[in-house]
Design a protein around this ligand. Sequence first.
Ligand code: F6R
Length: 354
Amino acid sequence: MSDALDDQTIFGRYDASGMAGRVGRVATQLREGWAQTRRLTLPAPYREATAVIVLGMGGSAVGADLVRGVFADRLRVPLVVVRDYRLPAFAGPSTLVVASSHSGATEETLAGAAEALERRCPVAVITSGGPLAETATRDALPLLRFEPESQPRAAVGWSVALLAGLLERAGHLALADVEIEAAAEQAERRHAACAPGVSTAANEAKQLAWSLVERLPVVVGGGHLAPVARRWKTQLNENAKSWAIADELPEATHNTVAGILQPDSLREHLFAVVLASPDDHPRTALRGELLAALLGEAGTAHARVAIEGSGPLAQAFDAIILGDLVSVYLARLYGLDPTPVEAIDAVKRRLAEA
Ligand code: F6R
């Protein structure tokens, strides 16, 4: 039996810019982004840095969250993601600052990059153009550039591969070609399994979208899947134009779990997705099971979603593609085009006028 998500003509009309297809471009971005960084050589201050700051907002910050979370056990220096105008006090000549902005025009990122240059930090740039690319050219900074294809959030393969590749070239991260390839292949597999042409009966992303419609999504993940939970939240916000909450394990079992009863009237309007990986810490996995059981007792609908892939990066991209497609299908169920983000554009416009 087919349903509203299976009618390709109607689906194509809502998804006029083809966001469902763009989700699948991530695999190519990973491969091409990584290949681009193989040609990079970095001066000594970049290699000798004792900490890394990544400046970015929204879709241009998520890559840094992912690199920090997925490679937490092998990054040789601390990595801090700054989503703000100002740098933390510790930033100085031994801090590598990476300014990441799809448009190259995001004011928080530009302000942070200017401050980093004033403080004599080694600065590198990831962008598709704009004032940030001009700064990089003017100051002869390492510049990793990619072609803008769609929205910043659809460039997550570029953000992850370019940042991870830069850190690998600087000697701050051990990462092999095969891991990038495994992630790209897993992304392709998940996209094929959950593509618009696969009917709801056999399509996990469509099934989850149906579960989330008219409900407030709460997405929970631990370890390398914690930044993925946040990615789901932001994709549900920007593609489906829906409220969404992200939470992290094991922390959620130390506070959130106590707060799932009130408001009483809200419980039946929530849907919790608990991401589960075969590589979760065993106690984190158990905590995820316990959280799901308590949600069940509280009468809140939920699903534990099994994430696949060999290695943490492949698993992260498996979960990202699933979540991205869920958000696109949910947009369809709300009768919305997933691509435009008029609210974000309006905020930027009004800020520019102020
Ligand atoms: C839009 C999106 C936003 C932007 C953010 C920063 O698709 O994802 O979250 O990423 O407004 O803009 P950029 O990425 O141009 O620095």
